[in-house]
Design a protein around this ligand. Sequence first.
Ligand code: SAH
Length: 222
Amino acid sequence: MTLAADSYRHKGLRQAMVDDLRRKGMTDERVLKAMLEVPRHLFLDLAFDARAYDDDALPIGCDQTISHPSTVAMQSHLLNLEPGLKVLEIGTGSGYQTAVLCALKARVFSVERQQPLFVRTKKLLSELRYTAKCFLGDGYQGLTEVDYSPYDRVLITCGAPFVPPALMASLRTGGIMVIPLGEKQQEMLRITKHGPTEAEWEVERFGNFKFVPMLGGRQFKS
Ligand code: SAH
């Protein structure tokens, strides 16, 4: 596959997207810089090229959507990343959020349950030279194939009805989980794990969002 170019037009649209994020209150310069670097249009079908830098969720196949840039900015910011931190991401989807985490110099392990998305995105990320490790699996269980735990950060990019215990268990003490919690609508939570029991989890709330649902099991067909 020959990748479409990152043209001056795309770079201009990307700058406008970052300016828009600033206007909406995002002040995290590291996140804004990463989002200025990552070519979001390459994570979308060519049909959406002109809209790739709108603050919008767009279809990526398998009934899933790429998250809004403002949501990606918010989740990336809440993770409070430093270079080299180990991040477990649940819901690779288009790979855009994954690439932003890589641009923030995190070591990313990403799990997707839909096989067609997993196959396409793993290839795309590698072609774009992002070094995230991609896995097909049920994110409720975390990463079962290989054990890279404990993680410094866990990021969930689909609406979770509850905090998955296996994911909390794989987070190191002092680590942070960012999770959109809820069924129809989600509240964005940042949970800092000060210890293994729920009483030792510090929960901060960051408003309501709408995500595609976190579903159980692997899905081998689109
Ligand atoms: N960050 C991605 C979000 C994609 S939407 C992007 O911006 O493109 C959320 C993704 O979570 C979908 O691809 C969906 O298939 C995946 N997902 C839902 N439940 C899951 C689960 N239990 N395990 C792994 N991935 C899951």
